[in-house]
Design a protein around this ligand. Structure first.
Ligand code: SF4
Length: 369
């Protein structure tokens, strides 16, 4: 099975109120040192296998200078790449330029992922972000001319938002006519500015209505709802995220990055001081076969296509029904079995956590390896 690679670039020019990602303010000297250590980490851990997707995320990778981005691309040459490899970089409209887009193209990046989140002024003030709509349109048009696949992120369920503002955000995203849209309901995470200010979430009922509205509008506009929170035009799923959702193996390099390799889930340190001293590891979890199988269920059931019973058998040498009694969920219409596919139907996705919890509780066989 081919692996994917995630590379974390934890630098940003400003810090958003909701952000709990591993990030820090851009500092030229620290970035230069970081890139040298990143190269060492990759050389130390990469097992010289073929890679089917690279994703450079952050942080805000596009806040790096042209020279720093060139250094990053020279590091990435280490990897043996599959033909047609998916290669994504996260972009921020505040610091992306025509020159950076051209550099991405030269280095075989073929997908860009941008956080728009909202275009409403009140929402943006709440999120402590800026959006210049003219610049967004200009960059998106340039990216299309250069044939990049484009994803944008949309955030909803903000306390400053109502259905009318959400509809304006959706109008704008639809007008861009891009290939992919990832949506996120606001979560107020610990250690964020929002948490410190004691911000409260909107009601679950309104959150659900907003989610329904997004699903309805995206589908009306020709997008396939292929994962609980993700929409794409035909043939434009995120290869990289599918690797996570299908429980496949991946490398994670950089500050705070996670890897999943040979039955181990490993997370790097979030301390820049430790990372720069090449003390990469934070913790690792050695998975039993039972843990692996739980991840297989939890992740695959997020997808419209669900879990393939044949794949499950090929991977674990067991029939799914030997391990779980999922008959009660079928009788309650909470999951659907269609030929080889077991899935949660779209209208039940909003309660998928509860369904998956019940699924796992139906375990009848433990393997304990
Ligand atoms: S949300 Fe993105 S751009 Fe904003 S602070 Fe976090 S990593 Fe940086």
């Amino acid at each position: 099975m081919k692996r994917c690679v995630y590379i974390h670039i934890p630098f940003c020019e400003s810090i958003c109120s909701y952000c709990d990602f591993c990030k820090m303010f851009y500092n030229e000297k620290i970035v230069n040192s970081y890139l040298c250590i990143l190269e060492k980490e990759i050389k130390k851990k990469y097992q010289n296998d073929f890679i089917k997707s690279i994703y450079i995320g952050g942080g805000s990778p596009t806040c790096l200078s042209i020279e720093q981005l060139k250094k990053l691309f020279s590091i990435i040459k280490i990897f043996k790449k599959e033909p047609n490899m998916s290669f994504t970089i996260e972009g921020n409209f505040e610091n992306i330029t025509e020159e950076k887009l051209a550099l991405f193209k030269e280095n075989n990046v073929n997908r860009l992922s941008f956080g728009i989140e909202s275009i409403d002024e009140k929402n943006l003030a709440f999120l402590e972000r800026n959006n210049d709509l003219t610049k967004i349109r200009k960059i998106i048009n340039l990216a299309k001319e250069l044939s990049f696949d484009i994803n944008v992120d949309l955030m909803y369920a903000l306390p400053t938002e109502d259905m009318a503002t959400l509809n304006k955000d959706l109008d704008f995203i639809e007008s861009l006519n891009i290939e992919h849209c990832s949506t996120y309901s606001l979560i107020i995470e610990d250690h964020t500015k929002l948490k410190i200010k004691n911000t409260k979430n909107i009601s679950e009922d309104l959150d659900f209505l907003m989610y329904q509205n997004i699903c309805k509008r995206m589908q009306k506009n020709g997008y396939i709802h292929y994962e609980i929170s993700n929409f794409c035009k035909e043939g434009h799923q995120s290869i990289h995220n599918l690797c996570y959702w299908k429980n496949e193996e991946y490398y994670g390099f950089g500050l705070g990055a996670s890897s999943y390799l040979s039955m181990k889930r490993m997370t790097n340190t979030k301390s820049i001081n430790n990372y720069l001293k090449e003390n990469f590891a934070d913790y690792e979890e050695i998975l039993s076969l039972d843990d692996e199988i739980d991840y297989e269920i939890i992740l695959n059931l997020r997808l419209k296509e669900g879990l393939s019973l044949t794949n499950f058998f090929q991977k674990y040498g067991l029939e799914l029904k030997e391990v779980f009694n999922y008959e009660p969920l079928l009788s309650d219409d909470l999951i659907v079995l269609e030929k080889d596919r077991l899935f949660i139907s779209e209208e039940k996705w909003y309660i998928s956590n509860e369904i998956i919890r019940r699924f796992l509780e139906g375990r009848v066989k433990w393997l304990k390896q």
